[in-house]
Design a protein around this ligand. Structure first.
Ligand SMILES: [Zn+2]
Length: 335
């Protein structure tokens, strides 16, 4: 399971200074028999100290994190650092260059493939390298996501519930340092469950957070500033960039995502007409929207109703909907 990675790089993780190269993922194709996929990687190190791993582009159509990490990689100098920062702004590079959630090479959804495979497809090989080469170097992990093309997402930071009380406290401290307006503790089930990057970090006892910062495959200015400000606060709080400029957080509101029990899924194929927005408070029994049957013009649209109180965390972005699509997910205040 943990056979050696076939990915290589010219970066020496023990060398001081700012280095930029690639995770060189071997990929033999019609176009390039002995070639490799260039996954951009930057290492900024200055002496001993903690290491932060910062990733974005895990899903290729989520942009706030990609731009935040490109900005930080340019702006942070080795002189700012006490320890090490490893930055991968386009982690699933084949997905990033095609603007897709998953890789066009193997249909790999990187955030569903941890802990990866040394000899799997390119996406599984990337997961395996993060798991077996990068995680052992790291003290904290931040993996930046957004809603992508299929979701309108309220901007939040998220962390797993932790394997035990100590893990929960470490994740909570990281969320507090990041200081997004809303911090959501996920249920640990649903979504990617144990196959995500931040779940894999949790398994190794590394404090990890992820984000959902925007919607519909475009860029939210608010989401971008939440990402940049949050990372600067974390790097400062953990002593990695002690003197860097960081805007103070106005404070974070701790929430819990409801997962399946607080979701509405499309009961049939149709055209989705939402009646509530992300961030809106919801009462049990409130109308969520309608699903119109384009193939049965005179049929009454199906009424969608919330089954619990909460706040809208995300909703489906495209109108065209198939049975099983997630239309809404709610979050609630922590008890
Ligand atoms: Zn994502």
């Amino acid at each position: 399971m943990s056979s050696a990675s076939r990915i290589w790089t010219s970066i020496d993780f023990d060398q001081d200074g700012k280095q930029s190269d690639y995770m060189r993922v071997p990929y033999s194709s019609d176009k390039s028999a002995y070639g490799w996929i260039p996954v951009p990687m930057i290492c900024i190190r200055n002496g001993n100290g903690p290491t932060a791993l910062l990733t974005a582009g895990n899903h290729g159509d989520e942009y706030e994190g990609q731009i935040a990490l490109l900005n930080l990689a340019r702006q942070i100098t080795p002189e700012d650092v006490r320890g090490r920062i490893i930055i991968l702004p386009a982690l699933n590079y084949p997905a990033v260059v095609t603007g897709r959630r998953v890789s066009p090479l193997d249909d790999g959804n990187l955030n569903r493939l941890f802990p990866g495979e040394a000899n799997g497809g390119p996406t599984a090989m990337i997961a395996h390298y993060v798991e077996n080469v990068l995680f052992p170097l790291c003290d904290i992990v931040i993996d930046l996501h957004s809603g992508g093309k299929s979701l309108d997402h309220y901007p939040v930071a998220l962390a797993r519930p932790g394997l035990d009380a100590a893990g929960a406290a470490k994740n909570r401290a990281l969320l507090e340092a990041f200081g997004a307006p809303y911090s959501v503790v996920t249920s640990g089930e649903g979504g990617g469950a144990g196959t995500t990057l931040y779940a894999a970090a949790e398994q190794r006892g590394i404090p990890a957070l992820t984000t959902e910062l925007g919607s519909g495959g475009t860029l939210s200015a608010r989401g971008l500033s939440i990402a940049e400000d949050g990372i600067r606060r974390v790097l400062k709080a953990y002593g990695i960039t002690p003197k860097i400029q960081a805007v103070a957080s106005p404070g974070t509101r701790f929430m819990r995502s409801l997962s399946r029990g607080g979701s509405i899924y499309a009961p049939k194929t149709g055209l989705f007409e939402p009646h509530v927005e992300c961030g809106e408070p919801i009462l049990n029994g409130q109308k969520a929207g309608l699903l119109h049957a384009f193939d049965t013009p005179l049929a009454e649209p199906t009424s969608l109703v919330f089954g619990t109180d909460g706040i809208v965390l995300c909703r489906r972005f495209p109108t065209l909907t198939e049975r099983g699509d997630c239309l809404f997910l709610l979050m609630v205040d922590e008890d």
